[in-house]
Write a protein that binds this ligand. Structure first.
Ligand code: ZN
Length: 271
């Protein structure tokens, strides 16, 4: 007989760490990991909210709405579970399997920073009919914030531009990246970031793909572009080193699981 009882589902985060079973997967837990902790009364439990997934309901995939728990830094993992940095969870899984957990973390981050109205400073509540905060004093509605950032894979003579960010202590090289400024298109941003960081001009900017990146609220948007003019001159502030690389002579690359690694692999190794 088929079990028709829907199972509850929980995601628990401690900062940017996900509470995982020993297999380290990003699927929700099927029982409350902290049943004795009550929201509003326990300093361990910072926030509890339902994870509504936008879009039309799909009866084939219908299940309980997962609950997201935000835990304080001192919260210890229950027996049999462990806190795992969510970034490392991403590297071990097929991307579509982690989207609910990405949404859960992005919303947990946003909620932690939107408890008070940015206009009048009053404590805000949840807007009942959509994923937003509503200020009871001034009526201001605040939606989850997204901070888009571009990734730029620049091509020249069959090689791609990889650079070492001055902040990366691990020695990895990646494509150039930067946040989109207000009043700027994605394409403008690619041209500006490449010029600022390594001093060259690019053209023919084309979209490659995107990826939610909840650290804390980014959306990574990948592009390719062609070298047009200039020689590499890293700015020495954000970019420490940069060069043109092929499949046989590339430096250490970013961990799997990121869009930057995916668009590097797609060009260097045609996979
Ligand atoms: Zn207000």
């Amino acid at each position: 007989m088929q079990d028709t009882q829907p199972k509850p589902a929980y995601f628990a985060f401690r900062g940017q760490e996900l509470l995982c079973r020993p297999d380290g997967r990003a699927e929700p837990l099927d029982s409350h990991p902290f049943p004795d902790r009550k929201p509003g009364k326990d300093p361990w439990l910072l926030d509890v909210f339902p994870l509504r997934i936008p879009g039309p309901a799909d009866p084939a995939k219908e299940g309980p709405v997962p609950t997201v728990l935000s835990l304080a830094p001192e919260a210890e993992a229950p027996e049999g579970l462990s806190w795992v940095p969510f970034r490392s969870v991403l590297g071990s899984l097929a991307w579509d399997g982690v989207l609910p957990a990405c949404r859960a973390l992005a919303l947990a981050n946003w909620r932690a920073g939107s408890r008070f109205c940015g206009r009048c400073g009053s404590a805000q509540g949840d807007k009942p009919d959509e994923t937003a905060r509503l200020c009871p004093s001034c009526g201001s509605v605040t939606y989850p914030r997204l901070s888009p950032a571009v990734l730029a894979r620049v091509h020249r003579d069959g090689r791609i531009l990889l650079a070492r960010n001055a902040a990366f202590k691990t020695g990895i090289f990646s494509v150039l990246a930067g946040f989109v400024e207000p009043g700027e298109s994605f394409e403008d941003c690619v041209v500006r970031e490449v010029a600022e960081e390594v001093g060259i001009r690019v053209r023919n900017v084309r979209y490659l793909g995107s990826q939610p990146w909840p650290f804390p609220d980014s959306l990574m948007v990948g592009f390719e572009a062609e070298w047009e003019s200039g020689e590499l001159a890293p700015d020495g502030i954000e970019i420490a080193e940069a060069g043109w690389y092929g499949p046989d002579d590339h430096p250490p690359l970013p961990l799997p699981g990121s869009l930057s690694r995916r668009i590097i692999d797609a060009e260097l190794f045609k996979k």
